[in-house]
Structures are given as structure tokens and as C-alpha cells.
Design a protein around this ligand. Sequence first.
Ligand code: PMP
Length: 314
Amino acid sequence: MALDYFDKIWHNGEFIPWESATIHVGSHVLSYASCVFEGIRCYETPQGPAIFRLKDHTDRLLNSCRVYRMEPQYTHQQLQDAMIDLVRVNQAAACYIRPVVFRGYGGLGVNPLDNPIETFLFCWKWGQYMGHGSLAEGVDACVSSWRRMAPDTLPAMAKAAANYMNSQLIKVEAVVNGYTEGIALDTTGNVSEASGANLFVVRDGKLLTPPLASAVLPGITRHTIMTLAEEMGYSVSEQLIPREMLYISDEVFFTGTAAELTPIRSIDRIPVGSGKPGPIARRLQQRFLDTVHGRVEDAHGWLTHCTQPVAATR
Ligand code: PMP
């Protein structure tokens, strides 16, 4: 399916047209997946477009660079400013922003240290990640036969392109077997995360989510939901989740920038709770959507308003 993209792409401080943002087939990233990236949503709010948790996504991007010893060419502030400019220049009311930082064209040995680092920021319109109606109705998931990476193999805390080969195994297996999403276990057999989202279970009114050591990405939506849930009076804990707890929980849901809060209605064809999105997931989802759309007070300073659209002058 074609992307509903915004034309202007940020590259090294310049805006270039979508079709000009190309790289050589010999770029290091293509052979060796030497890329870290982010996924960030900009939402429509009563005060215009606002990027959700821009600072935290920029932190995670730079942390991913650090893990892979990639020397970023731009500071935290420059990257944040560039993303705000990206929204303005494209006059986007709402969009999904994808910064990519990768090793470009140079040598083609595994050692990447002499290859140039390239940074591109681009954006497109992205609706409900897990399909039309998924936020309201929930999705059917399965437990994947693929595990998440062992902790001393590919680091899960870095959002690196290579991790998404594992994610693709999980996702494709789920999809060809008729499910929307797969839930991966970690190498010890405890629940980890989905191919592109974190996971929460609700038991007896309490929220549980796997700890970072269960090979999960430190999701920014995960943190958002933990914060909002605590504010709403729910107990939240990070703890190991054995597989069978998925089948006997009252509610299970995914969280992610793309997935937002997507309820799960069945796992391995076993209904989750009543087989419909549960009351706590629905309440949290409402609170989350009100927060990102600026319909409630931005008590945590999570919204970066992009104010007036400007012309593409650079
Ligand atoms: N896990 C994986 C593997 C992901 O790709 C994502 C999406 N970035 C998440 C979790 C959720 O992270 P976030 O809430 O920061 O988007």
C-alpha cells in the first residue's frame, strides 16, 4: 500500500523533495542494517499540530546511536528543531515522523567506523496501525514461535533496524496464520513484546508489564500508560509474565506510538476476558487519546506545539 507521504524530507539541514531522498545500493546500511531510528506521532490539537514526547524520542534516538557507537552529527536540540520544522514546512496537521540515522556509502567491510553517518527525517499520514477499527474493537493475536533477541545478541533497548528482522519473523508468521499481531517470548520463555509494540496485562484490576530485561524496547507509550494509569489510581508493576498468564488475564493490550493503545480480544484463539476490549483498557485509551490530542491539561509537558506553518525556505 502506498504511503500517504508529505513531500518535504529533511536531510542535513536542507529540505528536499520526497523523490530526491535516495541512497546508493552500496551504502553500509543496506548490507548490514546499520541504522537506528524513531517513530514519533504529531497529533492534531486545539492549538494546532503537536509532537508527542519529542524530547523522549530524541533521547532514545541518541541512546541508540551511543550503543552502536554512531557519532550523531546533530545535537539533541538541532534534531528536535528539525522535526518541528519538518511538520511546519509540510504544513502537516498530523503525521507520523520517522528519523533515520544510518551508515552510508563508503567501505563495505563489516567494520562501519569509516562510513559517513546520514540523517534523514520524513513523515507521512498513518491511521490505526493494527487496522481500521482496531482501537475500538481490539485485535486477535498469537504467541509467536520466534523469540525476542537474547540480551547479549542484539540489544533490545536500542531501536535499531536489525531488530526488525526479528520483528518481521514474528509479524509475518502471525499474519499468514490469520492473526493481526504476534506476541514474542524472551529467551527464558517469559512474555516479551510484540513485533512493534509493548504489552500490558490486567489481572484483578492491576496492570503488569514485562521489565526491560525481558528484551523489550523501552516504549515511550509504555511509559505514558504507566504514568497515566498510576495517576488514575491503578497499581502498575514491571514483572516477569509467564506465557499462560496471557490466557487467564482479564485484559491484555498493546501500546506503541503507531499502535497507540490497541486492546487484544483473543490470544491463540482463546478469548481475553469477555473477548471484547475491557473497561480498564478503554478508560486508559480514552485518557491517552485525550492527552495526545491536547484535550486535557498537558501536566507533563509532553506536547511540543508546532504553531504556524512556514514556507519551505531551507
Ligand atoms: N516495541 C517495539 C519492538 C517497537 O517497535 C515499538 C514501537 N516503537 C514499541 C515497542 C513501542 O515503543 P513506543 O511506545 O516508544 O513507540
